[in-house]
Ligand binder design. Structure first.
Ligand code: PMT
Length: 225
C-alpha cells in the first residue's frame, strides 16, 4: 500500500495548450508542450491514482497507465474535466487560452487585394481552474493550479491562488530567457495557505514526482522515501 498511496483516489490533470479557432484553418494558441502536465499525470498514476489526463494538442505521446482525453479548445477542455465526474484531485497544468474569437468564421477568411487587415474580436474563455475550485459538494478535496508569470512571479501567484479559489498554486517563470515552455526542466514555487516553498531547478518529471508525493502526504498517505 505504501507504494500506491493514492490508490482509490480519482484525479484529473489538464495539460498542453488550447487552440481557439479564428476560422477553419487559423487559430490562437501558445507554446505549451504538455511535458509538465503529462509528467504529473504519470506521477499520480505511479502512486496509484486513477487519472484522466485532459490534453490540448501536443506532439508528445499519451502516458501509459492514464486515460487521455484529447481536446482542442478551452470549452472542450472544461467539458472533458466535468465529464470525468466525481474526483478527489484536480491539477490544472494546461496553458488555457484566456480569450477566444467571439465569432469564429465558418469559412476561411479570404485575403483580397487592397483590403484592410481584419480585426478579431475576442471574448473570455471559461476558467477551468476557477470552475473546479468552486465550493460545493462536488469540489475535489484538493485543487492545484499553476501560475505562469513573466514578472512578480510569487506575488502574482499568491494573488492568483486567492482569485481562483484553488488550494495550491505551482508558480513558474515563463519568460523566454528562462525557457519553461517546451523545455525539460522547471523551477517552481509551491504556494499554499501556509506559505511559499522554493524548489530547486528540477527535471519536469522530478517536479511531477515531488508534487505527487506532496499530494499523497496531503491525504495522509506518505510515500516511502
Ligand atoms: O507544457 P510545458 O511546455 O511543459 O510547459 C509547462 C507550463 C509552463 C505550461 C506549465 O508549467 C504552466 O505554468 N501551466 C499553466 C499555464 C497558464 O496558463 O498559467 P496562467 O497563469 O495563465 O493560469 C493560471 C491557472 O489557471 C493555470 O492552472 C491554468 O491551467 C488555469 N486556467 C487559466 C485560464 C483558463 N481559462 N482556465 C484555466 O484553467
Amino acid at each position: 500500500a505504501a507504494e500506491r498511496p493514492l490508490a482509490g483516489k480519482r484525479a484529473v490533470v489538464t495539460s498542453g495548450p488550447t487552440r481557439e479557432a479564428i476560422d477553419p484553418v487559423r487559430y490562437i494558441s501558445n507554446h505549451s508542450s504538455g511535458k509538465q502536465g503529462h509528467a504529473i499525470a504519470s506521477a499520480l498514476a505511479a502512486l496509484g491514482a486513477e487519472v484522466t489526463l485532459v490534453s490540448g494538442p501536443v506532439s508528445i505521446a499519451d502516458p501509459p497507465g492514464v486515460t487521455t482525453v484529447h481536446v482542442d479548445s478551452a470549452d472542450q477542455m472544461l467539458a472533458a474535466c466535468l465529464a470525468a465526474g466525481r474526483i478527489d484531485i484536480a491539477v490544472c497544468a494546461a496553458a488555457v487560452a484566456d480569450w477566444k474569437a467571439a465569432r469564429p468564421a465558418g469559412s476561411k477568411i479570404k485575403k483580397k487585394a487592397g483590403m484592410a487587415p481584419p480585426s478579431i474580436e475576442l471574448t473570455p474563455n471559461p476558467d477551468i481552474l476557477a470552475t473546479l475550485s468552486k465550493p460545493g459538494p462536488q469540489r475535489p478535496a484538493l485543487v492545484v493550479g499553476f501560475a505562469a508569470e513573466t514578472e512578480n512571479l510569487v506575488a502574482n501567484a499568491i494573488d492568483k491562488r486567492q482569485r481562483k479559489g484553488c488550494d495550491w498554486i505551482v508558480a513558474n517563470d515563463v519568460s523566454p530567457a528562462v525557457g519553461t515552455f517546451g523545455s525539460e526542466r522547471n523551477t517552481v514555487h509551491l504556494i499554499s495557505a501556509s506559505g511559499v516553498e522554493d524548489w530547486p531547478t528540477l527535471a519536469k518529471g522530478e517536479v511531477a514526482m515531488r508534487l505527487a508525493g506532496r499530494i499523497a502526504l496531503h491525504f495522509g498517505r506518505p510515500t516511502k522515501a
